[in-house]
Write a protein that binds this ligand. Sequence first.
Ligand code: GLU
Length: 492
Amino acid sequence: MKIRTRFAPSPTGFMHVGNLRTALYEYLTARHANGTFVLRIEDTDQERYVEGAIDVIYDTLKLAGISHDEGPDIGGDFGPYVQSERLSIYKPYAEKLIEEGKAYRCFCSKERLAKVREDAIANGQDSIGYDRHCRDLSQVEIEKNLNYGIPYVIRQKLPLSGETTYHDCVYGDITIPNEDLDDQILLKVDGFPTYNFANVIDDHTMGITHIVRGCEYLSSTPKYNALYEAFGWDIPTYIHLPLIMGKSIDEEGKEVVSKLSKRHGSTGFFDLVNEGYLPQAIINYIALLGWAPSDNKEILTMEELINDFNIESISKSPSVFDYDKLLWMNGEYIKAMSSDEFLSYAKVYYDKFAISSCKYDLLEELLKPRITKFTEIEEKLEFLAKYEEFELSLFEHKKSKSTLETSKQMINEFLPILESIDESNWNRDYLGSKFVDFATEKEIKNALIMWPIRIAAAGVAVTPGGCSEVLVLLGREESLRRINLAKSRLEI
Ligand code: GLU
């Protein structure tokens, strides 16, 4: 049997990382088995529809590297792939169930249903579902209602007693008492299918063999199965995924874990991308939210994910979305980048500081190990554009044995040496050798000269790279200008 999976998002305008994980696992399940991955848009609930949301879905999948084999944009043999374009498909299926006595027309008015509900609540009943008033109407009553043109919905007759068990690959056997199952509506008064009905008809008619979705659907699955059974169709393989949780600190300062939401951090794919997380790192990270390869390797390409993915290793315990871990992973992806790729992300920041291309190699070397997101570059290079009157106490540094007094002396003595170096020698190696020669001659530690020069040039304590690198990045003229300024400030 060829595996067919589908991602069936509702276009609500936002791709939560949980939905993206579902899409990824469907994709991996299909690709691992050389199967087919289908994209279907579930837009029967027009009230939830958000303009432009379908584009968010396409853009997300594309950027995430999750490619579908069939879908609204590329077609396929099982289309249309948008539910609102399939409306004529559903009704005949519901009518077939009526003919077979497995479904019935329910003529109850909204008012009656509201009253049933109210009474049930007043009586403290647990189950406040439909009271099955129309389930056993006589043929005469049905004809009469139809002749009067009374609007009706179509409901499925579900078993009144016993239990239903189904198997889920992650959660095992799930059993629920049948009395918990309401006689579900299949077609609404306006002839539109309900969400559950359309979902099952679509999955079956699209030949879907494996259904991957969030565990919030575990409890409605018996209803889906009741439909498969009523039609005599094979029940698909179910793979329900555990919740994704987030960590936060409560008022008493205790760490609490709850369903991942905005208060934990960004939860939307594009929000994370805009914050500087790389799509590949996000995908790699969310692949591990509930699944791990047998060798517990953490950095995996899409290729490796496809090879290693297996349904059996999906865990049912909820996983915690750890932003620090994602950040670490992002840094690992940056470190592994080729120079061209690194530059393609970093260039926008280089351009902001009007950095000439001859410094790109040095910057890559300095920044690659120091950043976990490209957005950090801006802050790291800020000293190039900004030189403010900094606190002179920055010159004091215990480890380098640097004090205001030594700084003043070092700058006074070294500035003429720096000034004698011409543009063509203004490079890391040459500058570095000058510092070392000076320190050797004076019999001092390198740090005693490098610390004050770097502070004087950068005006900040933390810089990407040491003294010579800072001087190279600033260029000869700007370095000398700044060190002269610092010199006069120290002399006052
Ligand atoms: N349209 C549903 C959602 O976006 C998917 C349900 C399913 O996969 O069966 O949550």
